[in-house]
Design a protein around this ligand. Structure first.
Ligand code: HEC
Ligand code: HEC
Ligand code: HEC
Ligand code: HEC
Ligand code: HEC
Length: 394
């Protein structure tokens, strides 16, 4: 397909998606274009023969199949269904969890850049129209939740508009202001930085979305060898899968997706295990495990209330009522959430969540990730014994 044809088809596809209030999706492998103003299409036609409302066969839309297989098009995902009972996506969530909300954030609805203005209808995913409109194309600036700004990010600015988290060093400092480091304050709640904040990890201290301890210096943007410096060069544009084959060209450890975790170049033992040959991802995993152990020891010794973490259950930190060190099913319910936070504990828990909820942190910014993990462990180390051995801070 030549370039002009591609663009014409893309424009048509975006128009179709916009007409369909941003919703074009596959149900049982079949395409539906659903609209608020027109009744949804009747019986779906067999795959390959469907046409968008403007009669462009879906098979001719460039990257349609790639996008359709991506998490951005997964209409069954929790990230697009969380509000089904409420019937609408609240304004503060809409900008990252719906196409109309993202368009409003960009100002593509004619409004100002920087916020959604209306609750979004449920039932949309992140369609072509979200990333391909005039405002999206012109967007090169990223405004992080700390208020910090980075410019000249090209197409990556689109990714980072959503993959940036919702809290920051500032918001944590604001919450803990006025409480001494080791005093329990039952008004404090866990602060959840949110999920897959890859852009915030990549920009490190230029974004200050992780909790940064006063008096320490932190790494800024991770500069990997060109051209693998961007969201849109390490990840496929539309499937958003990591380009594993490309990585293998330089990193001999890589043979498949899981082996990305074995990538290692630097020769420093970051986690104090004495092994500097394991993958940098494994160094990070070990530091994270040590941080959780320190969090648990501190909660018991200083906050006098044992804590457990559960990866899948909001809000993640719970009281270990039976004291067995494991997040049991009857403990991971919302009413049993951890409520005896001290500032020191809250900061460490915040960073633990930041790292574990960015599974690509080792590739997005290994230095920054290691720094915040080590600093969190050492800060708890002021009160409890931690298992750090001889570690070097990068
Ligand atoms: C700055 C963008 C942004 C904002 C604002 C935002 N989210 Fe998210 N949210 C994300 C991203 C990115 C993910 C994807 C995580 C993933 O891939 O699993 C996500 C995932 C989720 C998930 C799925 C979690 C899971 O484990 O599968 C839920 C639920 C969610 N968000 C709720 C909310 C709620 C509620 C709000 C509003 C109070 C909100 N989000 C606001 C970016 C955002
Ligand atoms: C999450 C954001 C996102 C979504 C969703 C998305 N794209 Fe893209 N697409 C990009 C980015 C980023 C680029 C590269 C920069 C650019 O050209 O705007 C791109 C580039 C393109 C290009 C030009 C690349 C080339 O090889 O000529 C086409 C055509 C395209 N997208 C079509 C689509 C279609 C059709 C859909 C929906 C089926 C879609 N995109 C969904 C982000 C997205
Ligand atoms: C409008 C907000 C938005 C934009 C723009 C966006 N994303 Fe996402 N992204 C999300 C949400 C929400 C999810 C979770 C979807 C799901 O759970 O299926 C997600 C999921 C992902 C995932 C999979 C995470 C997982 O849990 O498996 C990757 C990788 C990803 N996005 C990369 C990108 C890249 C690269 C770009 C830019 C080309 C981008 N995203 C643009 C909101 C966005
Ligand atoms: C140096 C290459 C590189 C760069 C640059 C990069 N990523 Fe990643 N990303 C990865 C790797 C490697 C993973 C981990 C994949 C895995 O564990 O299977 C990952 C994971 C992710 C995930 C989580 C996927 C999952 O399966 O849960 C998201 C979301 C993501 N990246 C988004 C982005 C965004 C947005 C940007 C730009 C700010 C970006 N990435 C920049 C390599 C990169
Ligand atoms: C052209 C060669 C080349 C390619 C291709 C390449 N890398 Fe790298 N990578 C390097 C070099 C050189 C370093 C060390 C210096 C630096 O950071 O630039 C590195 C460092 C890393 C590190 C940090 C390792 C450590 O021990 O700190 C990670 C993680 C990484 N690369 C991931 C990836 C991923 C994921 C891909 C594929 C998307 C990739 N790289 C593709 C050359 C490459």
């Amino acid at each position: 397909m030549n370039e002009r044809r591609k663009i014409a088809v893309l424009a048509a596809a975006c128009l179709a998606a916009a007409l369909a209030t941003g919703a074009m999706f596959l149900v049982n492998g079949k395409l539906h274009a659903q609209s608020n103003t027109q009744p949804a299409a009747a019986a779906p036609s067999p795959p390959g023969t469907q046409t968008a409302p403007n009669m462009i066969p879906i098979g001719e839309v460039p990257y349609y199949a790639e996008w359709a297989s991506s998490p951005h098009a997964d209409h069954t995902a929790e990230a697009f269904n969380h509000w089904n009972k409420e019937g609408a996506i609240p304004v503060e969530c809409a900008r990252c969890h719906s196409t109309p909300g993202f368009e409003e954030y960009l100002g593509a609805d004619g409004g100002a850049f920087g916020a959604a203005h209306h609750p979004a209808p449920i039932g949309t995913v992140i369609t072509c129209a979200a990333c391909h409109n005039d405002k999206a194309r012109a967007l090169t600036r990223v405004v992080f939740p700390s208020g910090l700004i980075v410019d000249n990010q090209g197409a990556d600015a689109r990714c980072m508009a959503c993959h940036q988290g919702v809290e920051s060093t500032n918001s944590v400092n604001k919450a803990i202001a006025g409480t001494a480091d080791d005093d329990v304050n039952t008004k404090l709640e866990f602060i959840n930085v949110h999920y897959r904040a890859a852009g915030a990890t990549m920009f490190g201290t230029m974004a200050k979305v992780a909790y940064e301890y006063p008096g320490k210096t932190y790494a800024g943007e991770f500069h990997h060898r060109e051209p693998y410096t961007r969201c849109t060069t390490c990840h496929e544009l539309h499937t958003v899968a990591v380009k594993v084959v490309d990585c293998a060209a330089c990193h001999r450890q890589v043979t498949d997706k899981p082996s990305l975790h074995l990538i290692r170049v630097s020769k420093i033992d970051y986690d104090g295990t004495g092994n500097a040959d394991e993958g940098v991802a494994q160094e990070i995993d070990h530091l994270r495990e040590k941080l959780l152990a320190a969090i648990m020891a501190y909660a018991k010794a200083v906050a006098k209330n044992p804590i457990v973490y559960s990866l899948e259950d909001y809000p993640y930190f719970f009281v270990d009522t039976n004291g067995n060190g494991v997040a049991d099913k009857d403990e991971t319910r919302f009413p049993n959430r951890y409520k005896t936070w001290t500032p020191r504990l809250l900061k460490a828990a915040y960073n633990y969540q930041f790292v574990i909820k960015d599974p690509g942190a080792f590739a997005h910014n290994p230095t920054y990730t290691i720094q915040i993990l080590q600093d969190s462990i050492n800060d708890l180390g002021a009160k409890v014994k931690t298992d750090m051995g001889k570690v070097t801070r990068p």
